[in-house]
Design a binder for this molecule. Structure first.
Ligand code: VGL
Ligand code: ZN
Length: 208
């Protein structure tokens, strides 16, 4: 079975220093350990003629997304800082979609949310995929319980056949177990959560 083909896109979510590096301000446990796996996927996707696209959390210095400004999170992924840069070990070979640039706080790579009004606006991700007639998306990256989940749920909502690679994600786990709950929520919504990775092949119930 060819996993990646011309109608398949790999979406690499927010593999940025603030999440992936232990020195990052919102470091996700084990975040850097997904990088070799993700790089394998990037290569496999390109080998199969597929498309690879990256997302990048890209916040201004002040945004209601941050606790200091009334939101939830420590300051992270501030535009043009080390923390916002994609992890140096990551193979970047495809367009990068930025989200949050104007202070929006949506988590999905597809949509941004105006924190005050709740209004959502699309990023360019969907049109990048439609332009290439992508029908299937494979999601990996950080973090399982926030941006990976929101991205996968949007992908299903938009009609893409959607898989998440369990070996290619890690969770923030504000509460212990949040990552597992997020994976279960995604499955419930129609996402295929792929657990087995063996010799370059994924095994799962459903054809991608
Ligand atoms: C994320 C929390 C805040 C993520 C982004 O990429 O999952 N999490 N901003
Ligand atoms: Zn953020």
């Amino acid at each position: 079975m060819q996993r990646y083909d011309a109608t398949t896109a790999l979406i690499v979510v927010d593999v940025q220093n603030d999440f992936a590096d232990p020195r990052g301000s919102l470091a996700v446990d084990g975040g850097a350990r997904i990088v070799p796996f993700v790089n394998e996927q990037v290569r496999a996707a390109h080998d199969g003629g597929g498309f690879v696209v990256y997302s990048q959390d890209w916040h201004p210095e002040h945004t209601p997304h941050f606790a200091q400004d009334g939101g939830t999170w420590p300051v992270h992924c501030v535009q043009d800082t080390w923390g916002a840069a994609l992890h140096e070990g990551l193979t970047v070979n495809g367009p990068v979609v930025r989200k949050g640039s104007n202070g929006e706080d949506g988590y999905s790579a597809f949509t941004m949310r105006e924190p005050m009004t709740g209004e959502t606006t699309p990023t360019e991700l969907e049109s990048l995929l439609r332009d290439r007639t992508v029908r299937t998306v494979v999601v990996c990256g950080l973090a399982t319980d926030y941006c990976v989940k929101a991205t996968a749920l949007d992908a299903v909502r938009l009609g893409f056949a959607t898989s998440v690679l369990a070996d290619g994600v890690r969770s923030v786990d504000l509460q212990p177990g949040d990552g597992d709950v997020a994976l279960a929520d995604m499955e419930e919504a129609g996402v295929t959560v792929v657990h087995e990775w063996d010799d370059g092949r994924l095994h799962h119930e459903q054809e991608l």
